[in-house]
Design a protein around this ligand. Structure first.
Ligand SMILES: [Zn+2]
Length: 89
C-alpha cells in the first residue's frame, strides 16, 4: 500500500507540535518554518491539527477543559503537549 508512513513519523509529529505555537505566532526562523511546512505537506493528521489549532488560538485564553475534552484524541494529545511546552517558557 502506498502512502505508508515511515518509521519515526510520529516523532516528527511531536516535534512539529512543539513548533506550532511559534509557527502560528510567526515567530519561527525561516529554516524551522520550512521544516513545519514540509511536514504539513506530507502529513494530513498535522494539517488537521494545525487547522483546529488555529481556531483554538483564536479563542486565546478562553479554552476550557470541556473544550479540550471535545477534541479528538489525536489532536488533544498534541494540544496538551504543546500547552505544556508553551507554559514551560
Ligand atoms: Zn505529522
Amino acid at each position: 500500500m502506498k502512502g505508508e508512513q515511515p518509521a519515526g513519523a510520529d516523532q516528527r509529529c511531536i516535534e512539529l507540535v512543539e513548533l506550532l505555537t511559534a509557527y502560528l505566532d510567526d515567530a519561527l526562523d525561516a529554516q524551522r518554518r520550512r521544516r513545519v511546512d514540509d511536514h504539513l505537506r506530507g502529513c494530513a493528521g498535522c494539517r488537521v491539527a494545525l487547522a483546529q489549532w488555529r481556531t483554538l488560538a483564536g479563542l486565546a485564553g478562553r479554552l476550557t477543559a470541556a473544550d479540550v475534552a471535545d477534541l479528538d484524541s489525536y489532536l488533544r494529545e498534541r494540544l496538551l503537549a504543546t500547552l505544556t511546552v508553551a507554559r514551560r517558557r
